[in-house]
Design a protein around this ligand. Structure first.
Ligand code: AR6
Length: 181
C-alpha cells in the first residue's frame, strides 16, 4: 500500500526488513544494544559482526529508550542501520506512547541528517516488547505522516511488516488516519 504524503512516499509492504533496498534500515534494539531475537537477530545475522563491533565501540553505554543511534549496515545493502529502542509495554500508563513516538522521530531525524532518501522501519515494540499491535501501528503511522508533512522528508518511508496480520493492522491505521483518494 503506497500513499503520497505532501510529495513523499509512505509505503507499507509485507516482508523481511533485511532484504530491503533502502538507504537506512531501522533495528528494533534494546537499551544495552546487546543483540537479541526478532528484527535485531535478523539484522545482526544478515549484516555480520561489523555492526556489533561498531555499536560496542561507539555506544558502550547503550542507547536509552525512545532514542536511536547509527552504525554501518555491514553486509546489508543499506548504507546505515539505525538502532532504535522502543518501550517495553507496561500497560500504557508509563509513558510508552511518547517513548514509541520518540524512537520513530529520532530515526526520521537521523535519516534527514545522513541524507537518506529512503528508510525502512519494522513495527517497533510490537514483538518481544509486547506493545499492542493496533496501538503501536497508530503511533507509528501518526509519527511518520506528521514528520513527512512538516519536513517533506524522507522521500520514502517504508514499513516492512513481517506477517499478513501486522500488515493489516498498519493498513487499517493508515486508512483511518489519512484521506485516501
Ligand atoms: N523483518 C521485519 N519484521 C520482523 C522481522 C524481520 N526480519 N522479524 C520480526 N519482525 P521485535 P521489539 C517483526 O521482537 O518488540 C529483540 O530481542 C515482529 O513480528 O523484533 O521492539 C531485541 O534485542 C514484530 O512485529 O522487536 C529487543 O530486546 C516487530 O518486527 C527486543 O527484541 C518487532 O518485533 C525488541 O522488541
Amino acid at each position: 500500500m503506497l500513499v503520497n504524503i505532501c510529495g513523499c512516499k509512505l509505503n507499507l509492504v509485507q516482508g523481511d526488513i533485511t532484504e530491503q533496498q533502502v538507504d537506512a534500515i531501522v533495528n528494533a534494539a534494546n537499551s544495552s544494544l546487546a543483540g537479541g531475537g526478532g528484527v535485531d537477530g535478523a539484522i545482526h545475522s544478515a549484516g555480520g559482526p561489523a555492526i556489533m563491533a561498531e555499536t560496542d565501540e561507539k555506544y558502550p553505554d547503550g542507547c536509552p529508550t525512545g532514542k536511536a543511534v547509527v552504525s554501518t549496515a555491514g553486509h546489508l545493502s543499506a548504507k546505515y542501520v539505525f538502532h532504535a529502542v522502543g518501550p517495553v509495554w507496561r500497560g500504557g500508563k508509563e509513558g510508552e506512547p511518547v517513548q514509541l513516538q520518540s524512537a520513530y522521530r529520532k530515526c526520521l531525524q537521523l535519516a534527514v541528517k545522513h541524507e537518506c532518501e529512503s528508510i525502512a522501519f519494522p513495527a517497533l515494540s510490537a514483538g518481544a516488547f509486547g506493545y499492542p499491535l493496533d496501538l503501536a501501528a497508530n503511533v507509528a503511522i501518526k509519527t511518520v505522516t506528521d514528520f513527512q508533512k512538516w519536513h517533506k522528508a524522507p522521500a520514502e518511508v517504508r514499513f516492512v511488516l513481517f506477517t499478513e496480520g501486522i500488515y493489516g493492522a498498519f493498513a487499517r491505521s493508515l486508512e483511518t488516519q489519512i484521506e485516501l483518494p
